[in-house]
Design a protein. Structure first.
Length: 320
């Protein structure tokens, strides 16, 4: 073996010796990093299982029992709660209110929020001020919103009736929350006012990703505002549009707080929705098993709409 060959062999052997401890240290570092990641993830995972997964499966079980919410024993009755539910007219009335909420409560914030977002994005003066004003209702507590709009709808000194009298529309004045024909739409209007600002923020976030050069090129080519919106802006915010549609639809089937604060489902059952009906059956009438069955219907409806819309978004994304 030549001197050069021996030197090469010695260097390669030295390199292997120097590399081995480094590999071991790297392996220990990766192992420690894995434990560190687990240390941070496990508390959040435990809380999620404790407050989300466990109650969900508990609700599934309770929906198959005749539990009253207090007795230590729970009689298993299978699908009997669901059979009763299908024949319950109050359930179907509450579901019809949720469907109305899903249509109006989804369309109205989008119809209001999308044009406002486009106007703010296109360079309106004081757009930061307007953006903040639109978002104020979102950060207000639901109780505060209920108090404000309860004063607005008050039949004696409410702002709405006073305004109608001022413009000569006295025949339109009424107790908006006390009449079955107007109560649901009045609560819906309150909910739209409270949520459209969030829709504006979402659409503004989506509009930031649109290339302004495309807008300028379309304007140079003679495209009007509607053509630019239809062919550039709307396709550009399609993922955000689907996301907004998903959260508003899911929220329409789980709405409870604003209705409870303003009307508690009244007058009569004119503003009763599924979540309110489940609450009433479980905690007011002590039919916890039946209330759990209604809650499972809410979960199934919400999950169905969410999966359909998300799959539609993924398919559109795959199609380019």
């Amino acid at each position: 073996m030549t001197v050069a060959a021996r030197e090469v062999g010695a260097k390669s052997g030295l390199a292997r010796l120097l590399r081995l401890p480094r590999t071991r240290r790297s392996g220990r570092r990766q192992h420690a990093s894995g434990w560190l990641i687990a240390l941070f993830v496990l508390p959040a995972l435990a809380l999620y299982i404790l407050f989300m997964v466990w109650p969900f499966f508990g609700t599934v079980y309770y929906s198959l029992t005749s539990w009253d919410g207090f007795a230590p024993t729970k009689d298993f009755i299978g699908l009997n709660n669901y059979q009763v539910l299908l024949a319950d007219p109050d359930f179907w009335e509450a579901l019809s209110h949720n469907l109305i909420w899903a249509v109006v409560g989804t369309a109205a914030p989008i119809v209001i929020g999308l044009p406002l977002a486009i106007i703010l994005w296109s360079g309106t003066r004081f757009r930061l001020v307007f953006r903040s004003l639109y978002f104020v209702p979102v950060i207000l507590p639901v109780v505060v919103i209920g108090i404000i709009w309860g004063w607005i709808y008050n039949p004696l000194f409410g702002v709405l009736n006073t305004l109608l009298e001022t413009v000569g529309l006295e025949s339109w004045t009424r107790g908006w929350l006390g009449i079955p024909d107007t109560a649901l739409l009045a609560v819906l209007a309150t909910a739209v006012w409270a949520t459209f600002g969030l829709v504006v923020v979402f659409f503004l976030a989506g509009l930031q990703g649109i290339d302004l050069n495309l807008i300028d090129a379309a304007r140079v080519d003679g495209a009007n505002a509607w053509q630019r919106t239809r062919h550039i802006i709307l396709p550009g915010i399609a993922p955000i549009f689907t996301f907004v549609l998903t959260i508003t639809l899911v929220g329409a089937f789980s709405v409870f707080d604003i209705i409870y604060v303003l009307t508690r489902g009244g007058p009569g059952t004119s503003t009763e929705v599924l979540a309110g009906y489940a609450y009433k059956m479980a905690f007011s009438r002590n039919y916890a098993g039946y209330g759990s069955a209604i809650s499972m219907v809410i979960a199934i409806l919400s999950l169905t709409f969410a999966v359909v819309l998300l799959r539609y978004r993924e398919r559109r994304r795959a199609d380019g």
